[in-house]
Structures are given as C-alpha cells and as structure tokens.
Design a protein around this ligand. Structure first.
Ligand SMILES: Nc1ncnc2c1ncn2[C@@H]1O[C@H](COP(=O)(O)OP(=O)(O)OP(=O)(O)O)[C@@H](O)[C@H]1O
Length: 266
C-alpha cells in the first residue's frame, strides 16, 4: 500500500563535524573529534569496544544529548533536540503493553494529528513492511522478542523518518531470530528510503548490514576520549554470505582495528 500525499519522507544526509561530548564532572570527554559524512540512504554501522562512545554519538544524532563540541547536521540542519525526522530503536522494545500492535504503531501518526484515514493507511503500511499484518490485533506480551522488535521498528517507520537510529536493536534476540531480523532490516532499508545508523557489538552483523563500518576506539579505560579509529567500506556485491572469504576478510580487518591498542591497557 502506498500513501500519496503524506508520503513525504526521503533519506537525509548526516554530517558529524568535530563532534564531542564532555559529561559534567568527567575527567575526560566521552568522545572527541568525531567527523563522519553519511550519505542520504546510506547504511552505517558503528562498532568498537565497550565505553568508546558509540551510544553517546548516536544519542547526539537523536538529539537526546547535546554536543559540547562540534556539530551534528541532519539534512543540513543543526540538531537541537529529538524530532520526528529521526526514529530511534533500542534493544528494549519500549512498546506500550496496554496497546495492540496496530495501536502501538498508530501512536506516532496520531500524535502528529494526521487525518484518520492517513493514520490508518500509514499504520497498515508500516505493519505490513515488518510482516506483522496477521498479528496486528495482538498485544506485545503475546509476541516473541523478535516480533516485538518488529513492532518497535514499525512504530518508527510509521512516522516516515528520514533517519533510523538503532542502538544494539537485536542484542537480546537469539541467534536465529537475530539473523532473520538482519535480513529483514536490509529489505526494510531498501524499501523504506531511510538513512540508517546502527550501533552493534557484533562485527559480523556490521559487515552483513553496512555500506560502511565506523570503527571507534578509546574511552576512559584507555585514558583518552572515544574517537573514530577508521571507517571501512564494505564493498561486497549483492546478497552477503557471512561464510564467504571476502566477507571474512573484511570481518578480520575490522576485528583487528577494534582490538588494536587494547593490549597496552589490559
Ligand atoms: N549520561 C552520562 N553521564 C556521564 N557519563 C556518561 C553518560 N553516558 C555515557 N557516559 C560515559 O561515556 C562513555 C561512553 O559511553 P557510551 O555508552 O557512549 O559507550 P559505548 O561505546 O556505547 O559502550 P557500550 O558498548 O558498553 O554500550 C563511558 O565512559 C560512559 O560511562
């Protein structure tokens, strides 16, 4: 189902320019000097050891944290707070337990005071996009973890975001469900016309999903601010096979970058 007049979303570019965050009272900035230019419609994963500032960067793009240095621009506009152009999905699904799947997904469009017929159409489209039409009348507790995470994604898609920000969204899922969700997310990214920034601890997940992988390093455990160590292009054609030598070569390269320098502080 396509919705003519209200289908206004298009993917946005994201510019991080010398971005930094120094939490009050902390001896060091959590992150510093983060410069990344993300293209419209690109899928970028962010990896790195615990504490290097991945979530902090994502939260600054979401507008949940303000930057203490540098800028975040989304579609050329400085981010000054959260907004409906940026949908955020966390590991915990954050669904309203007293609402059905359909009502959870309709929540955003209703808040935006769209006409009823648009709310219904957007909701149906988003529910269909994540393959939950059959269970649209169910409540979250009646669904598996993977299905609940689909609802969380549909809820964000119903707002027609230009950017999808995901922080370890599949971290709590079992391995099989996780790989199903990765596959689905690649399809959703292709179909929905969004730019995706996805934080993960799994290098395999990053190589499976991303056009580029941002490798972060540092953090207070290392006596410095979290920063970008390198940005790696994932130049794999077509369907990605995690068992292929090309896939493994990129995985090994990123793994080496993630772990480089850590031995010195162990
Ligand atoms: N609200 C906050 N107040 C103070 N310090 C914070 C706050 N949020 C994060 N930090 C600190 O900032 C640093 C980076 O944290 P962040 O959660 O961004 O790292 P991360 O790479 O996402 O870690 P993980 O992989 O463990 O989730 C850490 O030292 C953390 O303690």
């Amino acid at each position: 189902m396509k919705i003519g007049p209200v289908r206004e979303n298009r993917p946005a570019g994201i510019v991080l320019r010398d971005l930094g965050k120094h939490f009050p009272g902390a001896p060091l900035p959590a992150v510093a000097g983060v410069t990344i230019d993300i293209r419209e419609g690109e899928f970028v994963c962010v990896v790195g050891a615990s504490g290097c500032g991945k979530s902090t960067v994502l939260r600054m793009v979401a507008g949940f944290e303000s930057a203490t240095a540098g800028d975040v621009l989304v579609d050329g506009e400085p981010v000054t707070g959260p907004g409906p152009d940026r949908g955020v999905v966390f590991q915990d699904y954050g669904l309203f337990p007293w609402l059905t799947v359909r009502e959870n997904v309709a929540y955003g469009p209703r808040q935006a005071r769209l006409p009823r017929s648009f709310v219904a159409a957007r909701t149906a489209e988003a529910v269909e996009a994540v393959g939950l039409t059959r269970v649209a009348g169910s409540f979250p507790h009646q669904l598996s973890g993977g299905m609940q995470q689909r609802v969380a994604i549909a809820r964000v898609l119903a707002n027609k975001p230009a950017v999808l920000l995901m922080d370890e969204p599949f971290g709590a899922l079992d391995a099989l469900t996780r790989s199903d969700m990765q596959h689905e997310l690649r399809r959703i990214h292709r179909d929905a016309g969004v730019t995706v920034v996805f934080v993960t601890h799994s290098i395999e997940e990053a190589v499976y999903l991303a056009d580029r992988v941002v490798v972060m390093a540092g953090g207070s455990a290392h006596g410095n601010a979290g920063h970008v160590r390198e940005i790696v292009d994932v130049d794999l054609e077509g369907d990605r096979d995690p068992t292929s030598p090309e896939f493994n070569a990129i995985e090994r390269r990123i793994d080496a970058l993630v772990h480089a320098g850590n031995a010195a502080v162990a």
